[in-house]
Write a protein that binds this ligand. Sequence first.
Ligand code: 3PG
Length: 204
Amino acid sequence: MQKMLAGNPVIPVITLDQVEDAVPLAEALVAGGLKVLEVTLRTEAAVEGIRQIIKHVPEAIVGTGTVCSEEQIKLSEDLGCQFMISPGATDNLLAIGSKSSVPFLPGISTVSELMRGMEYGLENFKFFPAEAAGGAPVMKAMAGPFPNIKFCPTGGIGLGNALDYLTLPNVMCVGGSWIAKPKDIREKRWAEIEQLAREAAAIV
Ligand code: 3PG
């Protein structure tokens, strides 16, 4: 996961309502400089949208988001996703995800949740909901006892605060929906999304 993210520290979190939007959206994001794309499994269009992006936008590195079940882990593997991200970390997901050939990023927001994930041999975690759970100071505090753990904070992050996280040694990337907002996707605002991607790519 860390290798994949090298040079790609901002991940747009995408919620797709229509399959037809998947390819032009991914093209806009890639053109703006963001290659690592998280497509949430929250909508019906997500699965076919992921298939289309993988097929037609080969430069994109596509993963699933909002992975909440064993079936969705299996689905992510079958789709050929390159990573999968969960907002949480149940024992069931940790057991299956930690053994998958696809990098799995469970979500944590407390030290004990983190330690439970570490018991499964995991070293990379989503920090969610980042801002509501205490933000960059929490990440900073966790670097002391857990120097080998790397995080991808998500939740409430935007252009204004991304750098607060990205300057920390234990933050490998940040994720957020601010680049490809569901409304902008629905309205097919590809040029604006590309511009937001360009700004996000220029943060670091
Ligand atoms: C999510 O899974 O929705 C992400 O955490 C995005 O959070 P955001 O909408 O606050 O960027």
